[in-house]
Design a binder for this molecule. Sequence first.
Ligand SMILES: [Zn+2]
Length: 211
Amino acid sequence: MASPASPRQWAEKGTIRRITTWDEPVMHRHCPPVTDFGPALQQLAADMFATMAAADGVGLAAPQVDVDLAMFVYDCPDADEHHHFGVMCNPVVELPQGEDRNFDAAEEGCLSWPGAYQSLARPDQAICRGLNEHGEPVTVIGTGLLARCLQHETDHLDGTVFGDRLSSRARRKLNEQRETLRHLYPDDWPVTPRGRYDATVVDTDDDSPNA
Ligand SMILES: [Zn+2]
């Protein structure tokens, strides 16, 4: 069976699911690998594309829809503004070492801790190897935001959230931002859309990418 040719085609086959939050244990467990590439995985991928689009994200990992599997979807621009999308199962990320490694400090956000952003330095390139939705080997070379996304999503499958990579001070600020905005996100978000920002109360950078 041919795969959908665009993120939108994927999303049209899917149903929006609730996104889990960092308060839930599924976000902090190592996910077992995908071994069955049958119809259930195709439906999960479609549902995740639909959910990612509804939440305006650039990446979404299976534990973020309460599924304990090493798989994520992405729809994300690279440093040259070329959009990449796909399904990545059982990913392994390779980062540049030594002189080749440059860190990029940029605002990072997470759909499972929505509304909160902190600057986090990560290597500006990442090579991600894994399997696509058919179990075929794929390699994605990430630059710019895509490099960050590949690292962020693979972290999720190890039970690591980006808050775990922040200093305790930055994590405290992140949690304060989250508390300030928590009321805008219904328990079943994005099945029920987010409430509206009140710009008189909240000063937030709503353009930062989420994954
Ligand atoms: Zn995330």
